[in-house]
Design a protein around this ligand. Sequence first.
Ligand code: B16
Ligand code: MG
Length: 217
Amino acid sequence: MIIIKDKIKAFIFDLDGVITDTAKYHYLGWKRLAEEEGIDFSKEDNEELRGVSRRKSLEILLDGREVSEEEKEEMMERKNGYYQEFINEITEEDLLPGIKEIIMELRKRNFKLAVASSSRNVKPVIKNLGVGDIFDTISDGHSVNNAKPAPDIFLHTAEKLEVAPESCVVIEDAKAGIVAALRANMIAVGIGPDARVGKAHYRYDQVKDIELEEILG
Ligand code: B16
Ligand code: MG
Protein backbone atom coordinates (compact mmCIF):
# COMPACT_ATOMS: atom_id res chain seq x y z
CA MET A 1 0.00 0.00 0.00
CA ILE A 2 1.34 3.44 -0.95
CA ILE A 3 0.47 5.94 1.77
CA ILE A 4 -0.52 9.32 0.33
CA LYS A 5 -0.25 11.42 3.44
CA ASP A 6 -2.42 14.37 2.44
CA LYS A 7 -5.25 11.91 1.89
CA ILE A 8 -5.52 11.15 5.61
CA LYS A 9 -8.92 12.36 6.80
CA ALA A 10 -9.79 10.33 9.90
CA PHE A 11 -8.30 8.59 12.91
CA ILE A 12 -9.99 5.51 14.36
CA PHE A 13 -8.95 4.56 17.89
CA ASP A 14 -9.23 1.16 19.51
CA LEU A 15 -10.42 1.47 23.12
CA ASP A 16 -8.91 -1.22 25.35
CA GLY A 17 -5.13 -0.81 25.26
CA VAL A 18 -5.09 2.50 23.34
CA ILE A 19 -7.39 4.94 25.12
CA THR A 20 -7.27 3.16 28.48
CA ASP A 21 -5.69 0.04 29.90
CA THR A 22 -8.68 -2.19 30.54
CA ALA A 23 -6.65 -5.28 29.50
CA LYS A 24 -5.71 -5.68 33.18
CA TYR A 25 -9.40 -5.74 34.18
CA HIS A 26 -10.30 -8.21 31.43
CA TYR A 27 -7.44 -10.35 32.74
CA LEU A 28 -8.66 -10.23 36.35
CA GLY A 29 -12.20 -11.12 35.22
CA TRP A 30 -11.06 -14.09 33.11
CA LYS A 31 -8.58 -15.18 35.81
CA ARG A 32 -11.34 -15.34 38.42
CA LEU A 33 -13.58 -17.35 36.09
CA ALA A 34 -10.67 -19.69 35.22
CA GLU A 35 -9.93 -20.31 38.92
CA GLU A 36 -13.58 -21.07 39.59
CA GLU A 37 -13.57 -23.55 36.70
CA GLY A 38 -10.20 -25.13 37.61
CA ILE A 39 -8.49 -23.88 34.44
CA ASP A 40 -4.86 -22.66 34.38
CA PHE A 41 -4.72 -19.11 33.04
CA SER A 42 -1.65 -16.86 33.19
CA LYS A 43 -0.94 -13.25 32.25
CA GLU A 44 0.87 -14.56 29.16
CA ASP A 45 -2.25 -16.53 28.14
CA ASN A 46 -4.21 -13.27 28.50
CA GLU A 47 -2.16 -11.70 25.69
CA GLU A 48 -3.99 -14.04 23.29
CA LEU A 49 -7.28 -12.34 24.24
CA ARG A 50 -6.24 -8.80 23.31
CA GLY A 51 -8.76 -7.28 20.89
CA VAL A 52 -10.59 -10.60 20.59
CA SER A 53 -14.37 -10.86 21.16
CA ARG A 54 -15.82 -12.10 24.45
CA ARG A 55 -16.97 -15.42 22.93
CA LYS A 56 -13.67 -16.09 21.17
CA SER A 57 -11.84 -15.20 24.42
CA LEU A 58 -13.87 -17.83 26.31
CA GLU A 59 -13.13 -20.42 23.63
CA ILE A 60 -9.39 -19.70 23.92
CA LEU A 61 -9.64 -20.00 27.71
CA LEU A 62 -11.56 -23.31 27.50
CA ASP A 63 -8.86 -24.66 25.17
CA GLY A 64 -11.01 -27.41 23.66
CA ARG A 65 -12.91 -28.31 26.86
CA GLU A 66 -16.45 -29.39 25.90
CA VAL A 67 -19.04 -27.01 27.32
CA SER A 68 -22.72 -26.59 26.36
CA GLU A 69 -23.95 -23.34 24.78
CA GLU A 70 -25.92 -22.62 27.96
CA GLU A 71 -22.80 -23.00 30.12
CA LYS A 72 -20.83 -20.78 27.73
CA GLU A 73 -23.47 -18.05 28.02
CA GLU A 74 -23.37 -18.30 31.82
CA MET A 75 -19.56 -18.11 31.92
CA MET A 76 -19.44 -15.08 29.61
CA GLU A 77 -22.02 -13.35 31.78
CA ARG A 78 -20.16 -14.22 34.99
CA LYS A 79 -16.86 -12.87 33.64
CA ASN A 80 -18.59 -9.76 32.36
CA GLY A 81 -20.05 -9.15 35.83
CA TYR A 82 -16.55 -9.24 37.34
CA TYR A 83 -15.27 -6.93 34.57
CA GLN A 84 -18.10 -4.44 35.10
CA GLU A 85 -17.21 -4.15 38.81
CA PHE A 86 -13.80 -2.83 37.71
CA ILE A 87 -14.99 -0.47 34.98
CA ASN A 88 -17.47 1.15 37.36
CA GLU A 89 -14.42 2.57 39.15
CA ILE A 90 -12.80 4.07 36.02
CA THR A 91 -12.19 7.85 36.00
CA GLU A 92 -10.37 10.39 33.77
CA GLU A 93 -7.19 9.35 35.61
CA ASP A 94 -7.37 6.06 33.70
CA LEU A 95 -6.79 7.68 30.29
CA LEU A 96 -3.45 6.35 29.02
CA PRO A 97 -0.64 8.95 29.10
CA GLY A 98 -0.61 11.12 25.96
CA ILE A 99 -3.95 10.01 24.49
CA LYS A 100 -5.92 13.12 25.41
CA GLU A 101 -3.23 15.38 23.91
CA ILE A 102 -3.20 13.40 20.63
CA ILE A 103 -6.98 13.45 20.34
CA MET A 104 -7.20 17.20 21.06
CA GLU A 105 -4.42 17.95 18.55
CA LEU A 106 -6.20 15.94 15.82
CA ARG A 107 -9.49 17.63 16.67
CA LYS A 108 -7.79 21.03 16.34
CA ARG A 109 -6.57 20.01 12.88
CA ASN A 110 -10.12 19.00 11.86
CA PHE A 111 -9.58 15.27 11.41
CA LYS A 112 -12.62 13.08 11.92
CA LEU A 113 -12.31 10.95 15.04
CA ALA A 114 -13.86 7.61 15.98
CA VAL A 115 -13.63 4.73 18.42
CA ALA A 116 -13.87 1.15 17.09
CA SER A 117 -13.71 -1.50 19.81
CA SER A 118 -14.63 -5.19 20.01
CA SER A 119 -16.03 -4.56 23.46
CA ARG A 120 -19.72 -4.44 24.39
CA ASN A 121 -18.84 -2.26 27.38
CA VAL A 122 -17.65 0.78 25.45
CA LYS A 123 -20.37 3.20 26.53
CA PRO A 124 -19.75 3.13 30.31
CA VAL A 125 -15.96 3.10 29.85
CA ILE A 126 -15.95 6.13 27.51
CA LYS A 127 -18.41 7.94 29.77
CA ASN A 128 -16.32 7.33 32.90
CA LEU A 129 -13.20 8.49 31.06
CA GLY A 130 -14.99 11.75 30.22
CA VAL A 131 -14.19 11.64 26.48
CA GLY A 132 -17.61 10.70 25.06
CA ASP A 133 -18.21 14.03 23.34
CA ILE A 134 -14.90 14.20 21.49
CA PHE A 135 -15.60 11.47 18.93
CA ASP A 136 -17.73 11.80 15.78
CA THR A 137 -18.82 8.19 16.06
CA ILE A 138 -18.33 5.14 18.26
CA SER A 139 -18.52 1.52 17.04
CA ASP A 140 -18.50 -1.38 19.48
CA GLY A 141 -19.06 -5.12 19.82
CA HIS A 142 -22.73 -4.62 18.97
CA SER A 143 -22.05 -2.80 15.67
CA VAL A 144 -21.01 -5.71 13.42
CA ASN A 145 -21.31 -9.50 13.39
CA ASN A 146 -17.72 -10.38 12.51
CA ALA A 147 -15.24 -9.22 15.18
CA LYS A 148 -11.55 -8.31 14.63
CA PRO A 149 -9.47 -9.74 12.87
CA ALA A 150 -12.30 -9.29 10.34
CA PRO A 151 -12.15 -5.77 8.83
CA ASP A 152 -15.89 -5.21 9.36
CA ILE A 153 -15.79 -2.89 12.39
CA PHE A 154 -13.30 -0.52 10.73
CA LEU A 155 -15.17 -0.50 7.40
CA HIS A 156 -18.43 0.14 9.26
CA THR A 157 -16.78 3.04 11.12
CA ALA A 158 -15.35 4.56 7.92
CA GLU A 159 -18.78 4.40 6.34
CA LYS A 160 -20.33 6.21 9.33
CA LEU A 161 -17.59 8.87 9.09
CA GLU A 162 -18.15 9.10 5.31
CA VAL A 163 -14.42 8.69 4.72
CA ALA A 164 -12.78 6.22 2.29
CA PRO A 165 -10.96 3.35 4.08
CA GLU A 166 -7.57 4.33 2.61
CA SER A 167 -7.98 7.80 4.19
CA CYS A 168 -8.34 6.31 7.70
CA VAL A 169 -5.57 5.74 10.24
CA VAL A 170 -6.26 2.99 12.81
CA ILE A 171 -4.50 3.00 16.19
CA GLU A 172 -4.49 -0.48 17.73
CA ASP A 173 -2.71 -2.49 20.43
CA ALA A 174 -3.77 -5.99 19.33
CA LYS A 175 -2.53 -8.32 16.63
CA ALA A 176 -6.17 -9.03 15.70
CA GLY A 177 -6.77 -5.28 15.38
CA ILE A 178 -3.76 -4.67 13.13
CA VAL A 179 -4.80 -7.56 10.88
CA ALA A 180 -8.34 -6.10 10.72
CA ALA A 181 -7.03 -2.60 9.84
CA LEU A 182 -4.76 -3.94 7.08
CA ARG A 183 -7.61 -6.04 5.67
CA ALA A 184 -9.73 -2.87 5.64
CA ASN A 185 -7.00 -1.19 3.54
CA MET A 186 -6.34 1.43 6.23
CA ILE A 187 -3.11 2.86 7.60
CA ALA A 188 -2.23 0.83 10.71
CA VAL A 189 -0.45 2.21 13.77
CA GLY A 190 0.53 -0.45 16.33
CA ILE A 191 1.04 0.18 20.03
CA GLY A 192 3.17 -2.47 21.75
CA PRO A 193 5.97 -4.94 21.01
CA ASP A 194 7.07 -5.89 17.52
CA ALA A 195 5.97 -9.51 18.07
CA ARG A 196 2.41 -8.28 18.62
CA VAL A 197 1.91 -5.32 16.27
CA GLY A 198 4.99 -5.45 14.04
CA LYS A 199 2.88 -5.84 10.88
CA ALA A 200 1.56 -2.26 11.28
CA HIS A 201 2.81 0.57 9.00
CA TYR A 202 4.05 2.42 12.11
CA ARG A 203 4.79 1.02 15.58
CA TYR A 204 5.35 2.72 18.92
CA ASP A 205 5.95 1.16 22.34
CA GLN A 206 3.35 3.31 24.07
CA VAL A 207 0.62 5.77 23.13
CA LYS A 208 2.69 8.69 24.44
CA ASP A 209 5.46 7.78 21.94
CA ILE A 210 3.20 8.29 18.89
CA GLU A 211 4.73 10.83 16.51
CA LEU A 212 1.86 12.42 14.64
CA GLU A 213 4.19 14.28 12.28
CA GLU A 214 5.74 10.99 11.17
CA ILE A 215 2.30 9.60 10.32
CA LEU A 216 0.99 12.80 8.75
CA GLY A 217 4.23 13.66 6.92
P1 B16 B 1 -16.26 -7.18 26.20
P2 B16 B 1 -10.79 -3.48 22.08
C1 B16 B 1 -11.60 -5.75 23.29
O1 B16 B 1 -11.61 -4.36 23.18
C2 B16 B 1 -10.60 -6.22 24.32
O2 B16 B 1 -9.27 -5.92 23.92
C3 B16 B 1 -10.70 -7.71 24.49
O3 B16 B 1 -9.78 -8.18 25.45
C4 B16 B 1 -12.15 -8.05 24.91
O4 B16 B 1 -12.31 -9.46 25.03
C5 B16 B 1 -13.11 -7.51 23.86
O5 B16 B 1 -12.91 -6.11 23.72
C6 B16 B 1 -14.56 -7.78 24.22
O6 B16 B 1 -14.88 -7.05 25.37
O7 B16 B 1 -16.21 -8.48 26.94
O8 B16 B 1 -16.21 -5.97 27.08
O9 B16 B 1 -17.38 -7.14 25.20
O10 B16 B 1 -9.35 -3.73 22.36
O11 B16 B 1 -11.27 -3.93 20.72
O12 B16 B 1 -11.22 -2.08 22.43
MG1 MG C 1 -7.32 -3.13 22.13
